[in-house]
Design a protein around this ligand. Structure first.
Ligand SMILES: [Zn+2]
Length: 195
């Protein structure tokens, strides 16, 4: 590959840890919201236990589908990239899978994002631009803040804005299980990064 004379980087690779497909393939069919969130939380837990990143996982499903279109785990530390939160990774891989910059296309399934923790300001914006029609969150902003993660400028009106754009929101599904993964990460002295 030619080295650009300017010395700037011209590409970035976003890759999931190699264990992820095996965990997804071995996971039971997700027949309801609880199952779908269990997958997101399982990915968060495995990311911590296997030492591949922070305590966050996400999964994107077509509405009612038992298998995900895409998943994500936190890749910030492993890939040395501040924006690679689990939700961002899942959204990027979902759109790569569809070959489309939006998950909202007339006549196509509606897509739903399940995330193990309430999104930060960046991920909230990305969810808006992605075209997901529903977002379901487990642990709360306060759980992330308790670990020292800065969730950024997310305000009540931010949520209302998403809802006004046709994104249905649910909070607190399996919150205790997701918060437990985050607590474990802190007990193991996992890296807390804020850009
Ligand atoms: Zn985020």
């Amino acid at each position: 590959m030619n080295q650009p004379s300017s010395g700037i980087a011209t590409a970035v690779a976003v890759t999931l840890p190699e264990w992820v497909p095996g965990v997804v393939d071995g996971f039971p069919a997700c027949t309801n919201d609880t199952g779908r969130m269990r997958l997101a939380i399982t990915l968060a837990r495995e990311n911590v236990e296997r030492g591949s990143g922070g305590p966050f996982g996400a999964a994107i499903f077509a509405r009612g589908a038992p298998r995900p279109l895409a998943v994500g785990v936190n890749c910030v530390e492993r890939l040395r990239n501040a924006v690679l939160h689990a939700e961002i990774v899942a959204l990027m891989l979902a759109e790569a899978r569809l070959g489309s910059y939006t998950l909202r296309t007339p006549g196509a399934p509606e897509y739903e994002l399940f995330t193990s923790c309430t999104p930060c300001a960046m991920c909230l914006g990305a969810a808006l631009w992605s075209g997901v029609r529903r977002m379901v969150c487990a642990a709360g902003r306060e759980d992330a803040m308790a670990l020292g993660f800065d969730e950024g400028p997310v305000f009540p009106e931010s949520w209302r804005y998403l809802q006004a754009q046709g994104i249905d929101l649910e909070h607190g599904l399996l919150a205790a299980a997701a918060a437990e993964v985050m607590r474990r990460y802190r007990e193991d002295n996992g890296l807390v990064y804020n850009g």
